[in-house]
Ligand binder design. Sequence first.
Ligand SMILES: [Zn+2]
Length: 352
Amino acid sequence: MLCRSLLVLLAGLLLVQAHGVDLSLQKRQVAAKSYPPCGTSPPFDPAWSTFLSGALDTGADITACGNSKTWSLTYDDGPSEYTPGLLDQLDTVGVKTTFFVIGCNVANNPSILRRAYQAGHQIGIHTWTHPSLPKLTSEQIVAEIMWTAKIIRDITGQTPTYMRPPYGDIDARVRGLLHKMGLKVVIWNRDTDDWELQTFNPNAQNSSQVVTPTSVRASISSWIASPPAEGIISLEHDLFQLPAQIAGETLQRVSMAGFNINTVASCVGTAPYNNTAIEVIFNPAIASSLSKAPSTTASASANSTATLTASKSPSSSPSPSAGSIRASLDWSIIGTIALVLLCSQLDVSNAF
Ligand SMILES: [Zn+2]
């Protein structure tokens, strides 16, 4: 009886440790890599110069989705602490949408990005620091994209092929650069202006607040009643509480109205990811230089903030190393085997 109890106890410990190794390794996969700070343009890697040469092609941006009964819900600027609530609702409704994420916010919320990806939602690039791209140099534009692509790749194993420029700001130079990087540019044809709700004050006495929850809901109502023939790509945000809350309401209403809700990649009919650029993204020299300076280290515990500031910490992770965890797991296995052998010996004397 004693042997059986000890075996059950050891087996339980084994399971817990095995699970711990899995989670720790997942966290470590991101935490061990350093990323640029959020306040300034991320560094440019000379290896990316290949994107700067040659003619810039032009092409149409993606603004619509299919036909009048299709609707692509897109959420920008996350992931944030409000994203999981939206993901819960998406799970309940059972549809897939698109998140255009900010690299700095991904660094602060890697587990939320991982959840969104694993749930089957499309992950797209929305830059590292959310600048207006036409105001940047070409090197800065490429760096904004590449660092965001890198952290998404580090967490999901996938490199996005779709991006949305912050504020929808784009010109021929920016578009040409993005196309050269293999990216499809997604704008929208319906804008809720919900981002303005971040400063909404329900107790304000004056009527200067143009965008209110009521006005956003009215916009959605009109779009549902009269959808454009080319379908809808709507713009919403999951960085702040009120916009994220209304995004959840909108999801329910669009679904109830019978629209076919799709990711942008599904609308366009091409793959959401393409990993052929990985070798360019993973340049060891630039990663090494970052490890010598203060940098943003992805942490599941840090919070996303309105100003897109990120926690700064040394690149080394204080968590136990994978090697030490694996060693303790090995000893648990050895202990379990030894106990089984011992118990089988004692079994002869009916001690089991
Ligand atoms: Zn944005």
